[in-house]
Design a protein around this ligand. Structure first.
Ligand SMILES: Nc1ncnc2c1ncn2[C@@H]1O[C@H](COP(=O)(O)OP(=O)(O)OP(=O)(O)O)[C@@H](O)[C@H]1O
Length: 253
């Protein structure tokens, strides 16, 4: 049986009196690359903020590797989950090397060890951003900052990697580069869960796609590529076309 890295049961969440999530039930399988899609404001980031512990839930259950999320301490969570939030602005001109190193903070407190520095070098090399190593983070472009923040999550080496729009600001080369990397990480037994906006990139790279609509994750028997499901989620008519063994969808003209 497939093991679930995250199990969400009957989760509801409100900001003040405004209900954002209602009765969400979803499980993200371990060692797979899952993508969450849905229209703007459908609650994707809110769900991720709850999964990552940035927002606190009062109704329902969220289990990470079988353990209730709100009962886990910061130290419990660091090896379990790394999170790339949607917005990450720094006002301090720290060098890229130091920003990435903060991903090891939960493991090394204030005195990084040789192994921590090696992990930083390795992540920076893996993401092909060695040329940025000594640059102030605040002077980087949006896409460069995004890559630095992905490296920061990787050095944490968590079992579950949660990314809110990881391809934000990235050019086509880096979009495919990062998605390849995420797919490879899932093949290496990491659980990768990302929010994305492009259904085609999700279909090309992910093992599973989940759609949010009407404050919850859609339960459906329809396949991901089904134009009927996509119409329901996005209120746009889609035409599906076959490219080799892949299905691609385009808005119907
Ligand atoms: N801190 C907050 N206080 C009040 N309402 C909020 C807050 N954060 C988000 N919301 C509202 O919650 C709803 C869901 O927002 P959320 O950011 O989760 O959506 P999303 O699906 O991630 O959207 P997008 O695709 O645009 O990033 C929106 O209506 C938003 O205005």
């Amino acid at each position: 049986m497939t093991k679930q890295a995250i199990e969400v049961r009957d989760l509801s969440f409100s900001y003040g009196n405004t209900s954002i999530l209602e009765e969400v039930n979803v499980s993200f399988p371990e060692g797979k690359f899952s993508v969450v899609l849905g229209r703007n404001g459908s609650g994707k980031s809110t769900l991720f903020n709850i999964l990552s512990g940035m927002a606190t839930y009062r109704q329902g259950s969220v289990k990470l590797m079988g353990r209730e999320r709100k009962e886990l301490s910061f130290a419990d969570c660091a090896p379990l989950m790394g999170f790339l939030p949607q917005f990450h602005k720094s006002v301090f001109p720290f060098q890229v090397r130091d920003v990435v190193l903060t991903g090891r903070a939960a493991f090394s407190s204030f005195s990084p060890k040789k192994a921590d520095l090696e992990k930083v070098e390795q992540a920076i090399e893996e993401l092909e951003i060695t040329h940025l190593l000594n640059r102030p983070y605040t002077e980087l472009s949006g896409g460069e900052q995004q890559l630095v923040m992905i490296a920061r999550v990787l050095v944490q080496n968590p079992s579950i990697i949660l990314l809110d729009e990881p391809t934000n600001h990235l050019d086509v080369y880096y979009q495919t580069f990062v998605l390849e990397k995420l797919r490879k990480l899932s093949q290496d037994k990491f659980t990768v869960i990302a929010i994305m906006h492009d259904p085609n990139l999700a279909f090309l790279y992910a093992d599973h796609c989940f759609f949010m609509k009407n404050k919850t994750v859609v339960k459906t028997n329809l396949s991901n590529h089904d134009s009927e499901l996509l119409h329901y989620v996005y209120n746009v008519q889609f035409t599906a076309v076959q490219v080799k063994d892949k299905t691609i969808v385009v808005p119907t003209l």
